[in-house]
Design a binder for this molecule. Structure first.
Ligand code: CA
Length: 248
C-alpha cells in the first residue's frame, strides 16, 4: 500500500473512530480528494464552468454577484460557492474507479442552496448531485432540487446518498461524481463542502480478518460492523462468500 493511499485510509478510519490494529485490515476507503476544500484550492476537482459565472473558493469573504451575501465557510477555512451574472452551468467533479467486492458505499456532503429566482426548474434552475459515465451520460441521481422546494436553504444542509447498489452493479467501472448548479432564471448560489465517498470492500484473505482486522469491516451507511467475530470473517473468506457476514 502506498503512503498516499495509507494516509487516506487512515484518515477515513480516524473519521469513523476505528483503531487500526491490523497490518492487513482494509477499513473503509475515502475516494474523494480535498472534499473539504481545505487546501484553499480546487486541487483534486475538475471544475466545469460554461456560460456565465464560476465556482469560487470562499474563505468567508466571498460576496457573490446578485443579492447573496458573504457567508462563513460551512466547515474549516474554506468551501466552494457558485455565482454568476447570467445563465450558466457549474459543476465540481471527481472521477472514481469502482472497486470490486463492495459491501457498502455512501456519498455525503454539506451544502447551502440560495436560489434567487421564484422557482426551481428541472434542469435549468437546479442543484443536483449525479453520477455520470465518462462520456457525460447520467447513470444515477443522488440528489436534486424539485419545483416547490424552499428557495433559500442556507443550512448548512447535511445530505447523503447510499451508493451501495449502484457500486455493486457497476464494479470495475470508472464514473464521475458530479455536483451541479444550473441556472437561467435568476441568480443561484450553491455552496459545497465536506464531500466524502466512503466505500467498504469485503475481505479476500483470512489475514484481513486477523489481529482484530474483522472489526474494521463496516457498513458505511449504518456505521455498524458486519462481522460478529474473527471466525465469522474467516468463514466468509473460506467459503468464498457462501457463508455471509453475520450482520449484512
Ligand atoms: Ca471546508
Amino acid at each position: 500500500m502506498s503512503h498516499k493511499i495509507m494516509n487516506r485510509v487512515t484518515m477515513a478510519a480516524l473519521s469513523l473512530g476505528i483503531a487500526l490494529s491490523s497490518a492487513y485490515a482494509a477499513p473503509p476507503a475515502e475516494m474523494i480528494l480535498n472534499g473539504g476544500f481545505e487546501t484553499g484550492t480546487f486541487a483534486g476537482w475538475t471544475v466545469v464552468n460554461t456560460g456565465s459565472g464560476a465556482w469560487t473558493i470562499n474563505n468567508g469573504t466571498f460576496d457573490p454577484v446578485g443579492p447573496g451575501t458573504a457567508l462563513a465557510p460551512i466547515s474549516g477555512g474554506f468551501d466552494a460557492v457558485s455565482n454568476q451574472p447570467g445563465p450558466g452551468f457549474h459543476a465540481l467533479r471527481q472521477t472514481v474507479s469502482i472497486p470490486s467486492g463492495v459491501f457498502s458505499a455512501k456519498l455525503s456532503w454539506n451544502d447551502r442552496v440560495r436560489n434567487w429566482a421564484t422557482i426551481f426548474s428541472d434542469p435549468n434552475q437546479e442543484w443536483r448531485v449525479v453520477i455520470r459515465d465518462t462520456g457525460g451520460a447520467i447513470l444515477h441521481e443522488v440528489h436534486s432540487t424539485t419545483p416547490g422546494d424552499a428557495l433559500q436553504q442556507v443550512g448548512p444542509n447535511a445530505r447523503s446518498g447510499d451508493l451501495t447498489a449502484f457500486f455493486q452493479a457497476n464494479a470495475g467501472q470508472t464514473v464521475v461524481v458530479s455536483f451541479e448548479e444550473q441556472d437561467n432564471l435568476l441568480y443561484f448560489n450553491a455552496t459545497l463542502d465536506d464531500v466524502q465517498l466512503l466505500v467498504s470492500v469485503l475481505p479476500t484473505t483470512k489475514d484481513e480478518c486477523k489481529d482484530d482486522g474483522w472489526k474494521t469491516f463496516l457498513n458505511v451507511n449504518t456505521g455498524q460492523q458486519i462481522f460478529k467475530n474473527q471466525g465469522d470473517c474467516v468463514s466468509f473468506v473460506a467459503t468464498k462468500g457462501k457463508n455471509p457476514p453475520a450482520y449484512n
